[in-house]
Design a protein around this ligand. Structure first.
Ligand SMILES: Nc1ncnc2c1ncn2[C@@H]1O[C@H](COP(=O)(O)OP(=O)(O)OP(=O)(O)O)[C@@H](O)[C@H]1O
Length: 228
């Protein structure tokens, strides 16, 4: 079943028509979103995450209407951006991960168990009590991911999550995003090798979806376009 259904969706921000009549139905477990700067990729990601509203058209994310089911959507969708500093809110690493579970109202023991498990999985157990803002850039992005995954989301939306990372940390972050699990992944990226790890890809052009298909074919079409 598709988890992102858009029907003739328009998004107008200020005096710009950022998305113009987007229709698509995405059901692959991992989907890359590629396209030139300013084409509308982040807006598409924010729309899917319920962070930006459609001006017109129909949006369904995991079958939910973001305009009516915002709270339910927030529980099931996690969004990760390129700059982890914008997502770290608590003084220590462990507190920051626990903060992600605040609305789940779990018993304290269960919450602590889930935080410990997530810290171990993301290689952050040794820095659990460190000040969040003292982490390296790579560790901060792992912390942002850890906070996203500890909630066990059905859909992870990652907008250029490896943009500021060195090759080793970029690989680590990507491996977590692609790790086996029940979550779907919508990945906005300029890293075309990373895009090709996805099962499907979307090419965004001038606020519209120019093509959807196997990543190799979409990347080839995009590279041809860039060469023009
Ligand atoms: N809040 C806003 N108000 C007005 N225009 C906006 C706003 N947010 C984005 N835009 C414009 O919408 C267009 C698409 O932006 P978006 O960030 O979705 O593109 P993108 O494909 O993700 O770009 P990049 O690859 O550079 O991150 C750009 O022209 C941008 O300037």
């Amino acid at each position: 079943m598709s988890y992102l259904d858009l029907d003739d969706v328009h998004v107008r921000l200020g005096d710009t028509d950022v998305l113009r009549g987007v229709t698509c139905s995405l059901d692959a477990r991992t989907v890359a979103v590629v396209g030139e700067n300013g084409s509308g990729k982040s807006t598409l990601a924010r729309l899917a995450g319920g962070l930006t509203r459609a001006t017109a058209g129909t949006v369904r994310v995991l079958g939910l209407d973001p305009a009516r089911d915002a709270a339910r959507l927030r529980r099931r969708v996690a969004v990760v951006f390129s700059n982890p500093d914008t997502q770290i809110v608590m003084p220590t690493v462990a507190e920051d991960v626990a903060f992600s579970l605040r609305s789940d109202k779990l018993p304290r023991q269960e919450r602590d168990r889930r935080v410990d498990e997530a810290l171990r999985r993301f290689g952050l157990a040794d820095v659990a009590d460190r000040a969040s803002h003292d982490l390296s850039g790579g560790q901060k992005q792992l912390l942002a991911l850890c906070g996203a995954f500890v909630r066990r989301p059905d859909l992870v939306i990652a907008d250029e999550p490896t943009a500021y990372l060195d090759a080793r940390n970029a690989r680590r972050v990507a491996d977590h995003l692609f790790a086996d699990g029940d979550h779907k992944l919508l990945l906005v990226t300029h890293d075309l090798a990373l895009a090709q790890r996805c099962e499907s890809a979307v090419l965004v052009k001038d606020g519209t979806i120019a093509a959807v298909g196997p990543p190799a074919a979409i990347v080839e079409a995009y590279e041809e376009e860039l060469a023009c």
